[in-house]
Design a protein around this ligand. Structure first.
Ligand code: SAM
Ligand code: SF4
Length: 456
């Protein structure tokens, strides 16, 4: 089979990043190999996000950018992901040079669809939801990976229907993968050199619901904890309503589970939380955070928050700032509310002016910037375990990795350290990263370090 090239542009969350990885694995089997240069691609795929308006609009500008490659080289052009799922055939109508629209459940069909286009030149659209869970099956890498960490999807879709959110409509209803399938995938990744796995789902706390086997998310974590070769486990995302005591306890029991919890709160105002249909209050959220910090004092906490939801008054916004003050998040992902067609919130009347949304976002981000820097500074002089991931972007002499609490650390070292857990003394904290030095009592050479690394 003649080797061809695929170029994928990815927007949105980790789920989309992971879908792109799976698509690349799948296409390799059909002799399509990744290129980072769209100009030499035979197939250009835009993997889209529609959670907010801004990423959705990027799809159309990306398509415009690649039109000439269709005309000049006959490249096949496709759209995957949430926008594809949402728009379906309308996308083909709107963009005459588009060849393929492939929904969130249709990834396994990609090679056949691509072949169909190659043979017949027919334009294709596949957006049906797959109830047999074929789309959740493992698509495993065939050869060792040049990366030390990997995502593993444990469930797809969401049943929560928060009033602002498009996810349940574009990713479908919640479906968990069997533990056998997940464990098999993690073992395979470990054999391919992966040291850290991040388990993905819109609400991992409800993992296991609807499966024939009786298994909870903490039980799944415990199984993964015993897989040889895997050194670290992370997960995202959790819903505060379903965060169980059993999961909190897992942080004191499971050695490989990293001390980081991403727990989106969305708003600190009970009035807004109710309108968002989140199913918890500011007080119950704070209680869960207190409990997490009691069980695991070194835990880093991050979250998502939305400003400018319809009806959000100054008082409500202050409640959000107050919650931030109380929790002292290590980092925060903040968004302006973006109305999504078909969601309940899109019909609410009390819209907030764009200017006010922007002002609130800037105030909130400035406030968080100070907290993040202080939290990073707390780590100065401490020794942190760092999983080395590769060359630092800042200097060719430096490597980069992350602490168990998920903070980026850059420090001098050679690429032979990639994939190792290394003790690093933090020398300087910045807003988005830390600087450090490999450490030991004697101040060892790199060679001496190798033995220390294993015992750390
Ligand atoms: N399942 C996760 C949860 O329940 O928190 C989050 C999924 S969503 C892909 C990621 C984040 O996007 C949300 O936590 C929320 O802060 C933000 N988001 C979702 N819909 C939004 C909207 N319509 N406008 C602005 N931000 C939104
Ligand atoms: Fe969206 Fe809410 Fe589901 Fe998260 S829990 S994906 S915010 S509907």
């Amino acid at each position: 089979m003649e080797a061809k090239r695929v170029y994928i542009e990815t927007y949105g969350c980790q789920m989309n990043e992971h879908d792109t990885e799976r698509i690349l694995c799948l296409l390799e089997r059909s002799c399509y190999f990744e290129t980072k240069d769209a100009k030499e691609a035979d197939f250009i795929l835009i993997n889209t996000c529609s959670v907010r308006e801004k990423p959705e609009h990027k799809v159309y500008s990306a398509l415009g950018r690649y039109k000439w490659l269709k005309e000049k080289r006959g490249a096949i052009i496709g759209v995957a992901g949430c926008v594809a799922q949402q728009e379906g055939n309308q996308l083909l109508d709107r963009v005459p040079y588009l060849d393929m629209v492939i929904g969130t459940h249709a990834i396994p069909m990609l090679p056949q669809l691509l072949q169909k286009i190659e043979v017949s030149g027919e334009r294709v659209c596949e957006t049906s939801f797959d109830r047999d869970k074929e789309y959740l099956k493992s698509i495993l890498p065939q050869k060792p990976l040049d990366k030390v960490k990997s995502y593993v999807t444990i469930m797809q879709g969401c049943d929560h229907f928060c009033s602002y959110c498009i996810v349940p409509y574009v990713r479908g209803r919640e479906q968990s993968r069997s533990s056998r399938e997940i464990i098999g995938e993690v073992k395979h990744l470990s054999e391919m050199g992966v040291k850290e796995v991040c388990l993905l789902g819109q609400n991992v706390n409800s993992y296991g619901r609807g499966l024939e086997e009786a298994i909870s998310f903490p039980e799944l974590l415990s199984c993964i904890n015993s897989i040889e070769g895997i050194e670290r486990i992370r997960f995202t995302t959790s819903h505060p309503k379903d965060l169980s005591e059993e999961l909190i306890q897992a942080f004191s029991k499971l050695k490989k589970l990293c001390e980081h919890f991403h727990l989106p709160f969305q708003s600190g105002s009970n009035k807004i939380l109710k309108a968002m249909h989140r199913g918890y209050t500011k007080e119950s959220y704070l209680e869960k955070i207190d409990r997490l910090k009691e069980v695991c004092p070194s835990i880093a906490v991050t979250a998502d928050v939305i400003v400018g939801f319809p009806g959000e008054e100054e008082e409500d916004f202050k409640e959000t700032l107050d919650l931030m003050e109380k929790v002292q998040f290590d980092d925060l992902f903040s968004f302006k509310y973006s109305p999504r067609k078909g969601t309940r919130a899109a019909q609410l009347q009390d819209k907030i002016e764009e200017k006010v949304k922007q002002e609130r976002l800037s105030i909130l981000q400035e406030f968080q910037k100070g907290i993040t820097l202080r939290k990073n500074q707390e780590l100065e002089d401490r020794v942190e375990e760092v999983l080395v991931e590769g060359q630092s972007k800042q200097s060719v002499q430096d490597v980069t990795g992350r602490t168990r609490s998920n903070k980026i650390v850059n420090f001098e070292g050679d690429l032979g350290l990639v994939g190792n857990l290394v003790p690093v003394q933090i020398t300087k904290a910045y807003a988005h990263s830390l600087k450090g030095e490999i450490t030991s009592a004697q101040g060892p050479s790199i060679c001496k370090l190798q033995s220390m690394i294993c015992n750390f």
